[in-house]
Design a binder for this molecule. Structure first.
Ligand code: G3I
Length: 321
């Protein structure tokens, strides 16, 4: 069976993938990425980010942002939309700052009203705020936090709700899986949003993990349950599990499969974990070697689009549920 179909049988809403807007001329890639029994959900890898959708103030562009939503609609795939208030991939006119509180509030509200409005009705989820905590578990310094403190959180969620009442609204971050200081800070962020009366539905665990250092299935479930205890749903939104040296040995490929099974298994174990998205179809196009030179091979399909041992591990854990 294929992964999305198995995931649905196991009680999840979806198993999906990010799709890169710049690889659409690779027909083998697109044919696998649009197989809705394998990947029943798509996330645009880059096209909906601020630098792409509002490159200058008040000038909105959806050329790249529309690519993956169009593919998902044509193939009956669920769409997770990504992302709105994020410190990275901002155009210079935003990241350079110098705004008053009220000017920046208006900039955020205008951006979200336009972008979420453009996709209204099409997005099952929106990653409204991305990566609000830094790697040490402090609030991340950004134009948003530095200008507004934590007020940008509720402001962003309220604006998204106003523009698309039907999308489920997510706070998304990485390294939540380790249940440490960063998880504590994102837990606090979720509570701040709720205490402000703003409409948060879920927390996304990105799941950018490392082969051999991935927490156990039960530890992962414990971290997920901290958030479902707040009445929120959770999802794994950007999973990849990278080898820290390449090429991987046969035993490293087995460990990678076990780590993927821990991630997917933990979602199956937690009521309120709705789905798993991998951050790419194939190792061929992963972001990892650009950011972590010498590392990678983090996905379920290799450079030749052949299934890796991790594919079989994911398939087995879903089939066993
Ligand atoms: O848009 C330019 C293009 O004009 C130029 O020709 C090309 C040349 O390299 O670069 C293009 O921009 C790149 C962009 O991806 C689109 O390909 C950027 O340099 C590159 O930095 C960017 O990387 C993306 C990264 O986010 C940026 O932060 C990765 O593809 C994307 O996978 C990655 O995804 C993030 C999630 O959104 C949030 N969580 C972490 C995750 C991994 O970093």
């Amino acid at each position: 069976g294929q992964l999305h179909d198995l995931a649905v049988k196991a009680g999840l809403e979806f198993f999906g993938t990010a799709l890169g807007e710049s690889h659409t001329s690779d027909s083998a890639y697109i044919s696998l990425g649009t197989d809705s029994s394998e990947f029943g959900q798509l996330t645009p890898e880059n096209g909906q980010k601020w630098d792409s959708t509002e490159p200058s103030r008040g000038q909105f562009s959806y050329t790249s942002g529309d690519i993956v939503p169009g593919i998902a609609a044509a193939n009956g795939q669920i769409l997770r939309c990504h992302t709105l208030t994020w410190h990275s991939q901002l155009p210079n006119w935003v990241s350079s700052g110098g705004f008053s509180y009220s000017d920046l509030q208006s900039i955020i509200e205008t951006h979200i009203a336009n972008v979420v409005g453009h996709y209204a009705g099409a997005c099952h989820h929106w990653d409204v705020v991305n990566e609000a905590a830094d790697d040490s578990g402090n609030w991340r310094s950004s134009v948003f936090y530095d200008t507004m403190g934590t007020d940008f959180l509720a402001i962003s969620f309220n604006a998204a709700k106003a523009a698309d009442p039907s999308a489920k609204l997510y706070l998304n971050d990485y390294n939540l899986e380790y249940n440490g200081a960063k998880t504590d800070r994102v837990f606090e962020a979720a509570q701040i949003i709720q205490a402000a009366g703003a409409p948060i539905d879920g927390v996304g665990f990105q799941g950018h993990l490392i082969v051999g250092s991935t927490p156990s299935r039960s530890s992962l479930a414990t971290a997920l349950r901290r958030f479902t205890a707040l009445g929120l749903e959770v999802a794994y939104t950007e999973v990849d599990i990278r080898h820290s040296s390449l090429p991987p040995s046969d035993s490293a490929l087995v460990t990678q499969g076990n780590d993927f099974a821990s991630v997917v298994g933990s979602c199956l174990d937690v009521d309120g974990c709705v789905g798993v998205t991998v951050w790419g179809v194939t190792d061929k196009y992963s972001w990892i070697p650009d950011t972590f030179p010498g590392q990678g091979a983090a996905l379920l399909y290799d450079d030749n689009l052949a299934k890796k041992p991790a594919w079989t591990s994911v398939s087995s854990v879903l089939a066993a549920a």
